[in-house]
Design a protein. Structure first.
Length: 373
C-alpha cells in the first residue's frame, strides 16, 4: 500500500464546494488583494487563536520578519532561536541585519531549552523566538520569566502549531507577537504561500500592516521603508474554509498519533515522540528517532511510503550560517537528533490500514538492520 507523507488533494477536495464559488466571485469582481475575504479571515482567525489582532501576510518568513521589525529588533541585535528549526526562523532575523543565536534543544521533546536560552543572553540580545515545533508549544511558561528578567521580547514562531495549546494558552497568543505560516502542508494550509502575524497590541498590528504595504497606510504616502507582503483574497478564501475544519482535522491527527503509538510501541530501536505535560499537541509531524535513519528512510521510500527529515542539518552547521563560527559538538542534542529523526506520514486523512503498512515496513526495515549486525 502506497502511503503519502501528506495528502493535500484530499484536503482540497473536502473544501472545494466552499472555495470554488468564492473564487468565482473574486475572479468576476477582480478583487484579489485585501478586501472582504481577507478581513473576514483575519477576524475569524483572531477569534480562534484568542488575540485581538491578526494581520494576514504573504508567507511565514515575511510574518516573522515583520514581527521582529514591529517590536524594534534591528541591525546588530541578537535573536535567540533553537538550533533545531527550519532556516526561515534564522532568515527572518538575518534579513533585517540582526544576528540569529542558535541554542540547543531538550532531548525529550526537541523544543528550545530554557537553560540554554539563559546562558546565551548578552547585552545585545533583543528577542527570543521559541519555535512551537512539530505541533506542540515550546515551554513558554519557563521562557517568559527569563524574558521578563532580562527585558527581552518573545516572538513566537507558530508555523507548525495551528490549534496547539500549552499550559500558558494557545500557540500564537503566548508572546508579545507571533508569526505563523499557512504553507499548504501546515495544519491550516493555503493553496499557495500565506502567513499571518498575531498580537494583542494594536500599535504592533498597525505597524505590521503598514510595513507589509510598502510602509504605507495611505496610498502613495510612505512612512517608512516597508515590503510587499500582503495576503491575497484567493488564499484567504481557502483559509476560511479550512479554518472551519481545523479542530476536526487536528482531532484526526491526534487519533492517528495514538494509532502510531499502539502500532510502534515496543518496536526495537524506535524512539517514539513525547508530548510535554500540559500540551495539547496537534501533531503537525510525527517524528521518531532511530539509528540507521537514512537506510530505513530509503527502504520505506522504495515501498511507496512517504517520509521526511525535519531537519537533517542543525542551523549552526548549515553553509548559510558558517560565518557565525559555530562548530560541531556545540549543540549536541540538536546534532544527535538530526542524525536520527524520521518523520512518518501524518495528515488528517491518514487511515488505520495505511498506518499499519507504515508499521510493517518499519519493522521489516529494522529487522534487516538487525540481521546485518
Amino acid at each position: 500500500m502506497r502511503v503519502p507523507f501528506v495528502d493535500l488533494a484530499a484536503q482540497q477536495a473536502e473544501v472545494a464546494a466552499d472555495v470554488l464559488p468564492v473564487w468565482r466571485r473574486l475572479l468576476e469582481s477582480a478583487s484579489f488583494i485585501g478586501g472582504p475575504e481577507v478581513d473576514a479571515f483575519e477576524r475569524e482567525y483572531a477569534e480562534y487563536i484568542g488575540v485581538q489582532h491578526v494581520v494576514g501576510v504573504s508567507n511565514g518568513t515575511d510574518a516573522l520578519e515583520l514581527a521582529l521589525r514591529a517590536v524594534g529588533v534591528g541591525r546588530g541585535d541578537e535573536v535567540i532561536i533553537p538550533a533545531n528549526t527550519f532556516i526561515a526562523t534564522a532568515e527572518a532575523a538575518s534579513r533585517i541585519g540582526a544576528v540569529p543565536v542558535p541554542v540547543d534543544v531538550d532531548d525529550e521533546f526537541l523544543l528550545i531549552d530554557p537553560d540554554a536560552i539563559e546562558a546565551a543572553i548578552t547585552p545585545r540580545t533583543a528577542a527570543i523566538v521559541p519555535v512551537h515545533l512539530f505541533g506542540q508549544t515550546a515551554p513558554i511558561e519557563l521562557i517568559a520569566p527569563i524574558a521578563a528578567r532580562h527585558g527581552m521580547v518573545i516572538v513566537e514562531d507558530a508555523a507548525q502549531s495551528q490549534g496547539a495549546a500549552g499550559s500558558a494558552g494557545r500557540a500564537g497568543a503566548l508572546g508579545r507577537v507571533a508569526a505563523t505560516s499557512f504553507y499548504p502542508g501546515k495544519n491550516l494550509g493555503a493553496a499557495g504561500d500565506a502567513g499571518a502575524v498575531m498580537t494583542d497590541d494594536r500599535g504592533i498590528a498597525a505597524t505590521i500592516r503598514n510595513l507589509a504595504a510598502h510602509g504605507s497606510s495611505v496610498k502613495y504616502v510612505h512612512d517608512r521603508i516597508g515590503m510587499n507582503a500582503r495576503l491575497d483574497a484567493v488564499q484567504a478564501a481557502v483559509l476560511r474554509a479550512k479554518l472551519r475544519r481545523l479542530d476536526g482535522w487536528n482531532t484526526a491527527r491526534r487519533e492517528a498519533a495514538r494509532r502510531y503509538e499502539r502500532l510502534l510501541v515496543g518496536l526495537d530501536g524506535i524512539r517514539l515522540p513525547a508530548t510535554r505535560p500540559g500540551n495539547a499537541d496537534v501533531w503537525h509531524l510525527y517524528v521518531v528517532r532511530m539509528d540507521e535513519r537514512d537506510r530505513v528512510a530509503s527502504e520505506l521510500t522504495a515501498q511507496g511510503i512517504g517520509v521526511g527529515v525535519h531537519y537533517p542539518t542543525p542551523l549552526h552547521l548549515t553553509d548559510a550560517y558558517a560565518a557565525l563560527g559555530h562548530r560541531r559538538g556545540q549543540f549536541p542534542v540538536a546534532e544527535a537528533a538530526a542524525d536520527r529523526i524520521l518523520s512518518l506520514p501524518m495528515h488528517p486523512h491518514l487511515t488505520g490500514p495505511q498506518q499499519e503498512s507504515v508499521a510493517r515496513a518499519l519493522q521489516l526495515a529494522r529487522s534487516r538492520g538487525a540481521v546485518r549486525t
